[in-house]
Design a protein around this ligand. Structure first.
Ligand code: ADP
Length: 447
């Protein structure tokens, strides 16, 4: 087992990883930018190292600084969390070259997962249902127009190395495709360093359903839960649930089987998520693999009792998984709200600044994963996630009623947050009835 792990991240996920390490008796090293010197993860870790100035490129993405910190502090493993270096195959290679275990899948799996158009090609070869589309990168606009005509409009242009909803463009006709093609390529180049894009049929009002995979280094691959992540804004998740609702048991079982097959087909190791879109007729299609811990992992944890971060660490340390399927008995219903430092009344504009008051909800079935505290100053340099409010209930309706109560108790003052928006959303009849799809927020709230 590892003796000392460096956490190459910040915010709530760094805190979450430190907690898992402590419970496993592993020492922790926090790295931080100068903007984060008072951050919670720095306060909780056993050791700390400043890795650079506030911009992420000079600190949390600075491989040299992070690796030097790990070597200096004699760490035997690095946990990358999500974002930053978590899906960088070069980082995995460099860690291993320096005898430091990267806690995540091997570089070839990270590479393939990160190349979305390539992953779709591989899934197609392995008979995993995919969305009709270019099945690979588009060579030029002429090809794009031919493919779009074949699959029918609307279509969506997507960045092959994309993430976070960036580089996506919906095109309703050939004219829009012609004008958005270059824009999508340029956005892809500036955000991801490569201008490769691909095309898919645009599915109208789908659900986003994903499968949590756990895989050891000996070929044992299990599904430990499925999540519903259709409540999104600009293709970015805001609320996630477990289990998915209003999708038949038969379809969910099939999705799970295909997800395991997908993971097997690429020799998946460690934790990963296989994402699908499900249309109104319950046809489902693979969209991508995320080769890291997901923000929304707690809804799976709270309904199964598993600690997924511990799984990542134990698998990286060489532990074998046995009979996990028989041990998992999902129970009840969970909902996670991403509490962001954003102003819902001003187009969700980021709202950094000092937190003057901070009261967390509590009581049965409530979990708050956060790094904030009273007088903490939310820096403007990083993502706006302040906290994850995770609610468990025996039934979904109990979880919803509990969520109403918890959102009322949750006080963050001094900055704007998404809490008031969720208070409205939780009373929406279509949400309560589970009539969810990826345009829900746009259609119900006009934002
Ligand atoms: P990213 O990696 O940028 O998050 P994904 O491929 O995971 O991109 O897609 C994110 C979201 O974008 C999906 O959950 C869905 O809401 C929307 N989306 C992606 N592809 C399609 C599609 N072909 N049709 C409809 N919506 C899509």
């Amino acid at each position: 087992m590892f003796k000392r792990i460096l956490i190459a991240n910040r915010g709530e996920i760094a805190v979450r990883i430190i907690r898992a390490c402590k419970e496993l008796g592993i020492e922790t090293v926090a790295v931080f930018s100068t903007a984060d010197k008072d951050a919670m993860h720095v306060k909780l870790a056993d050791l700390k190292v400043c890795i650079g100035p506030p911009p992420a490129a000079k600190s949390y993405l600075n491989i040299e600084s992070i690796l030097s910190a790990a070597i200096l502090k004699k760490c035997d493993a690095i946990h990358p969390g999500y974002g930053f270096l978590a899906e960088n195959p070069e980082f995995e290679k460099i860690c291993n070259q320096n005898n430091i275990k990267f806690i995540g899948p091997p570089a070839d799996v990270i590479s393939l997962s990160g190349n979305k158009s390539k992953a779709i090609e591989v899934m197609n070869q392995n008979k995993i249902p995919i969305i009709p589309g270019s099945n690979g990168n588009i060579k030029n606009i002429k090809d794009a127009l031919i493919i779009a005509k074949k699959i029918g409009y609307p279509v969506i242009l997507k960045a092959s190395f994309g993430g976070g909803g960036k580089g996506m463009r919906i095109c309703n006709n050939p004219k829009e495709l012609e004008s958005l093609y270059q824009i999508s390529k340029s956005e892809s180049l500036s955000s991801f360093g490569a201008d490769h894009v691909y095309i898919e049929k645009y599915i109208i009002r789908p659900r986003h359903v994903e499968v949590q995979i756990v895989a050891d280094n000996y070929g044992n691959i299990f599904c430990v839960g499925q999540r519903e992540c259709s409540i999104q804004r600009r293709h970015q998740k805001l609320i996630e649930e477990a289990p998915p609702i209003n999708v038949s048991f038969k379809t969910l079982r099939l999705i799970k089987e295909f997800a395991i097959r997908a993971a097997e087909s690429i020799g998946y190791k460690n934790l990963g998520t296989i994402e699908f879109l499900v249309d109104k007729n319950e046809n489902f299609y693979f969209i991508e693999i995320n080769s890291r811990i997901q923000v929304e992992h707690p809804v799976t944890e709270i309904t199964t009792g598993l600690d997924l971060i511990k799984f990542q660490i134990l698998i990286a340390a060489g532990e074998k998984l046995t009979n996990l399927s028989n041990e998992i008995k999902p129970f009840g219903s969970a909902i996670e709200f991403r509490i962001n430092a954003e102003d819902p009344d001003d187009n969700f504009k980021p709202s950094p600044g000092k937190i003057s008051e901070c009261i967390f909800p509590g009581g049965p079935g409530i979990r708050v994963d956060t790094h904030i505290y009273k007088d903490y100053i939310v820096p403007p340099y990083y993502d706006s996630l302040l906290a994850k409010l995770i609610i468990w209930g025996c039934s979904r309706i109990e979880a919803i009623n509990r969520a109403k109560r918890a959102l009322d108790e949750f006080k963050i003052e001094g900055i704007k947050t998404t809490i008031p928006f969720y208070k409205k959303l939780i009373k929406n009849q279509n949400f309560i009835q589970g009539n969810l799809h990826t345009h829900f927020i746009e259609e119900e709230f006009g934002v």
